[in-house]
Design a protein around this ligand. Structure first.
Ligand code: ZN
Length: 360
């Protein structure tokens, strides 16, 4: 029997995606289509809009892309296609997806229409591809005030949906450091929502996104998961605390900024080697031009990782998810069985990793 190549093995490893923004996962052709249908004049076609050189230009492109979604049908389409891409390009079996209601409400679309549109697409995708999903309502601190975070929590209370299980905080850390959000995050905790926040992202300086933000997110905001986290490496005491906490970090393997890709991979390695609890995600896959499979292959090729790391990271995704315990246990068993079968089939001699974004 032909053995499985290392690239095929990496694509087939079962994965959980915990760091993905729906506005950053719109296929370029879908964005052009929706902009046309909803009469949004994009300054340039999506493929050009998805080219940028700074973190702040990227955030502008992301917010502009979000404005192309105006009806529940648009949200359903984008959610469905996002899960289809995760399924086809990297064998994602469960995804927890950020959506920022305030990106879309200027279009005249209300919270329940946004969330029900997304859920319709996610349920259809679960039926077609067997990929489960949850939603995380998110606040972009560059454009939202703390009062808008409280408003979002009111919407979540008024229109409860079992799929919406938590809240997140994204955007530029300099615009909204963690302590601004204490009231909203505590309110979310009291309402039974899980809490995360983007923190210590390495495309922002240590002044803008310092390691102390880690401690604030844990102690003041009550986050039980964190997104990114690389800048904590600058403070050994914070690293030590995070090792003790074993709080999961959802990392983005493929930075949107070319200059940061190789340094980011080294930070991922440093955090893994330090014993931190990390998981790998794609962040904004279509805007960044990556897929889950591509992101994993790039990291494994660069860091020389093999099956042991693949198994650990695959299962870390299951444990870090916000699924109910029964579903988590089922997913864990499925992952172990798939990993065992893949490892039996893997060609031990093959160490070539193909780095094309789309394969097969
Ligand atoms: Zn993100």
């Amino acid at each position: 029997m032909t053995k499985l190549s290392f690239s095929d093995y990496l694509d087939a490893v079962p994965k959980v995606e915990l760091h993905l923004h729906i506005a950053g996962a719109i296929r370029p052709e879908t964005l052009d289509d929706l902009a046309f249908l909803n009469e949004l004049r994009l300054p340039k076609p999506a493929t050009e809009l998805y080219q940028f050189t700074t973190f702040y230009e990227f955030l502008d492109a992301l917010r502009l892309a979000a404005l192309a979604l105006a009806t529940p049908r648009d949200f359903a389409r984008v959610a469905y296609e996002c899960i289809e891409d995760l399924h086809r390009h990297g064998n994602v079996r469960h995804a927890e997806i950020f959506f920022n209601p305030h990106y879309f409400t200027p279009n005249g679309v209300a919270y329940p229409e946004i969330v029900d549109g997304l859920i319709e697409g996610l349920e259809r995708a679960e039926h077609d591809f067997g990929v489960s999903s949850l939603l995380i309502a998110c606040i972009d601190r560059s454009v939202c005030l703390p009062s808008e975070a409280l408003q979002m929590l009111e919407w979540m209370a008024q229109y409860p949906r079992p799929k919406v299980v938590g809240i997140g905080l994204d955007g530029a850390e300099r615009a909204g450091p963690p302590l601004l959000w204490v009231e909203a995050w505590r309110q979310a905790g009291r309402s039974g929502f899980r809490r995360t926040a983007h923190v210590c992202e390495d495309n922002q300086s240590l002044f803008e996104a310092p390691p102390t933000h880690y401690t604030q997110c844990r102690d003041a905001l009550g986050c039980d998961r964190l997104d990114h986290g690389y800048n904590i490496l600058a403070d050994p005491a914070v690293v030590q605390r995070a090792v003790q906490d074993q709080v999961p970090f959802t990392m983005a393997c493929w930075s949107g900024l070319t200059w940061n890709r190789a340094p980011r991979r080294q930070r991922i390695k440093a955090m893994y080697d330090a014993g931190l609890n990390i998981t790998l995600g794609t962040d904004d896959p279509t805007i960044f031009g990556t897929t889950m499979g591509h992101s994993w292959r790039t990291v494994f090729a660069d860091l020389g990782w093999r099956g042991a790391e693949a198994r650990r990271l695959s299962l870390a995704g299951v444990e870090a998810s916000w699924l109910p315990e029964a579903r988590k246990a089922a997913l864990r068993s499925e992952f172990v069985a798939t990993l065992d079968a893949l490892e039996r089939d893997l060609d031990p001699e093959d160490r070539v990793v193909e780095l094309a974004v789309t394969r097969g």
